[in-house]
Design a protein around this ligand. Structure first.
Ligand SMILES: NC(=O)c1ccc[n+]([C@@H]2O[C@H](COP(=O)([O-])OP(=O)(O)OC[C@H]3O[C@@H](n4cnc5c(N)ncnc54)[C@H](O)[C@@H]3O)[C@@H](O)[C@H]2O)c1
Length: 381
């Protein structure tokens, strides 16, 4: 059987994660990679065993053999690359957040629909088995009416003013950093699990470091810790380190969450708590195979991932038996598998986040910005 030929654009953290996850699928082949420079592309190609490399992604978009592309570049490049890719008839799997603005996201969705290509926005974190278990429990009515949601997405990798990354620069990242980079995942997850949409919100944002020390040499994600003082210059910062948002979901549910890149000791703590009229559930990305279940009239439980014991609709998101951990890389595989199944068989269900979810995410980010600037509640719909 001929395998689907795909290309990865971007050779950083996500370029590697995507390449490895694609290779776990039997029906897809990574045939090429595009980097910012020839050197970055060929070094990545050597390390990952991809023979065809280029510094110009457009070359790959013109190749009729390549059917799909993965966009793993800084955010500002998502829109121009994805637009050209869908116009060239490629199926597109794009990293989040979708674009720099809602207007760009809407335009991109329209272009993808017009081209009739399969489009996916990589909210991979939905596809941890125990997140799917929470969703299946809600769908089965086990949680009752959703009353309260709360949580956080907390990291500490930008705690010091010497920590640097392209995400700090609004031109490359977009105007919201903690909210756009990680808050977007939390909002996507809470809506996916509860089936409710955030209907209004009130946001408070904070930039603790008004200036940061920018390295005079290039650094990639999580690599800034080795630079020396003479390698930096002081620059003003216009993206937030932290944000807190009060939210209303649907008609009656209420909640709040924080997103922070300066929470000392937190590495990748996406915690989500959902309290229904019958049960509460809590999940933490740092302990992904566990799910806390809170009960009013009997002892609380911590259940561990075991496909044999999971609800039917969540089971297909767990590939390994109980006691065999499934984590971040596995969640990517689950998304990519379903994206490529849809490319192979257009009648397959859309069991992955699409550009429509990306537009929704950009709408929420724009509302967060509007709320923080005016200092009060804003309606989303
Ligand atoms: N879904 C997730 O869990 C997750 C996690 C981390 C990052 N992301 C998203 O993935 C994207 C990439 O983030 P990252 O952490 O990998 O960043 P990174 O800095 O590690 O990698 C970005 C790469 O893009 C390359 N690049 C820049 N311009 C290019 C061009 N014109 N052509 C080809 N390559 C180019 C850079 O050289 C770099 O290798 C971002 O949009 C980010 O929000 C998603």
């Amino acid at each position: 059987m001929a395998r689907i030929k795909t290309a990865v654009i971007g050779t950083g953290f996500m370029g590697r994660v995507h390449t490895e996850a694609i290779r776990r699928l039997p029906n897809v082949e990574v045939v090429a990679v595009a980097g910012l420079t020839e050197e970055l592309a060929s070094s990545f190609g050597r390390q990952m065993g991809i023979p065809r490399t280029t510094a110009d992604y457009r070359e790959l978009l013109q190749d009729p053999e390549i059917q799909a592309v993965h966009i793993c570049t800084p955010n500002a490049l998502h829109y121009p690359i994805a637009k050209q890719a869908v116009e060239a008839g490629k199926h597109v799997l794009c990293e989040k957040p979708m674009t720099l603005s809602l207007a760009e996201a809407k335009e991109l969705l329209e272009a993808a629909r017009k081209a009739g290509v399969v489009h996916c926005l990589n909210h991979n974190l939905r596809y941890y088995p125990m997140v799917q278990q929470m969703r299946a429990m809600r769908e089965a009515g086990e949680l009752g009416e959703i009353l309260v949601v709360q949580g956080t997405y907390s990291q500490d990798w930008l705690l010091y003013d010497t920590d640097w990354n392209w995400r700090i620069v609004s031109k490359e990242n977009g105007p919201l950093r903690a909210m756009g980079d990680i808050g977007s995942h939390w909002m996507d997850m809470v809506q996916h699990v509860t089936g409710l949409r955030i209907s209004s919100l009130c946001a408070d944002l904070m930039t603790f470091h008004k200036t940061r020390k920018r390295p005079k040499v290039d650094v990639e994600t999580f690599a800034g810790k080795t630079l020396r003082p003479e390698d930096y210059e002081e620059v003003p910062i216009d993206t937030e380190d932290y944000g807190a948002v009060l939210i209303r979901l649907g008609e009656r549910a209420r909640g709040c969450f924080t997103a922070s890149q300066v929470n000392t000791g937190c590495k990748n703590r996406l915690q989500i708590e959902i309290y229904g009229s019958k049960l509460g559930v809590m999940w933490n990305q740092e302990r992904p195979d566990e799910l806390w279940i809170g009960q009013r009239n009997s002892p609380n439980q911590i259940i561990v991932k075991d496909p044999a014991l999971m609800l039917e609709t969540a089971r297909s998101f767990a590939d390994l038996p109980g006691g065999h951990g499934e984590g971040y890389d596995d969640a990517h595989k689950q998304v990519f598998r379903r994206f490529y199944r849809k490319i192979e068989d257009p009648s397959a269900p859309v069991e992955f986040p699409t550009f429509e979810d990306g537009v929704r995410g950009m709408l929420l980010l724009e509302k967060i910005l509007e709320s923080a600037r005016k200092g009060g509640w804003v309606d989303v719909e």
